[in-house]
Design a protein around this ligand. Structure first.
Ligand code: C5J
Length: 226
């Protein structure tokens, strides 16, 4: 059954069976001190505001039986899947692959690369390891969505203007209706978060829609009662 959800620039009709929740990069490396985010000089505590709304949204998605996909940005230990152009930035001690308090920065299998415990995937939820900012780049995400009959993506996670935005742009170009869930996204920069969301819904929804977790949970509960 389809449900109308409050969103901008206009409400959007969602059928939970053809909608996937994609949680982008809620990894210790971005959110906890000592990881990639803090190695770049960011105040990582700013990302924590997205955790509770994400938990509520994830709980609702699980209740609805929606497809749930978690992504992780990171690389192979030998960096064979990391462009030098991406790695060779900043001081060597803070680069991708450098040793840090949570293991090697943005390297698969290291403690920092893992998803934060608050949003840890459960059995049946897919985890996509991505070497880029966008979740479609060099991954099997599109194949998984096609096979699963998915046409709409609820996208949340960190950071709003980097990996969330890139994924929404990639999804939009591939024909998916992309909906950013504003309170479930966060950035190290308040102005980038705000502007990133405005860019998605501007010009009649040039990249997609923007809603929040409250609107989605309200719609879900309304559907349950009818
Ligand atoms: C960044 C991301 N910010 N997940 N990655 O480098 O947004």
């Amino acid at each position: 059954m389809a449900t109308m959800v409050k969103a901008e620039p206009e409400p959007i009709e969602l059928d939970w069976r053809s909608t996937a929740l994609i949680i982008i990069d809620m990894q210790r490396d971005f959110i906890e001190p000592g990881g990639f985010g803090s190695s770049l000089g960011n105040d990582v505590s700013k990302l924590r505001r997205a955790i509770e709304p994400c938990q509520a949204l994830l709980t609702a998605a699980r209740r609805l039986g929606m497809m749930v996909i978690h992504t992780r940005e990171g690389h192979r230990a030998d960096l064979s899947d990391a462009h030098p152009a991406k790695v060779l930035r900043g001081k060597p001690s803070t680069r991708i692959g450098a040793e840090g308090p949570m293991g090697r920065i943005l390297i698969r299998g290291e403690p920092g690369h893992d998803i934060i415990p608050e949003l840890y995937p459960i059995a049946g939820e897919m985890v996509i390891d991505k070497p880029g900012k966008g979740a479609f780049y060099q991954t099997d995400l599109e194949l998984i969505l096609t096979t699963g009959g998915i046409s709409t993506l609820l996208v949340c996670g960190v950071t709003t203007e980097v990996c969330v935005h890139t994924t929404i742009r990639e999804g939009n170009d591939r024909g998916y209706r992309c909906v950013a869930v504003s309170d479930c996204c966060a950035s190290y920069f308040d102005e980038f978060h705000e502007t990133g969301l405005r860019m998605i819904k501007a010009q009649g929804g040039i990249f997609g829609w923007v809603t929040d977790s409250v609107a989605i949970i309200e719609a879900e509960q309304l559907e349950e009662r009818t």
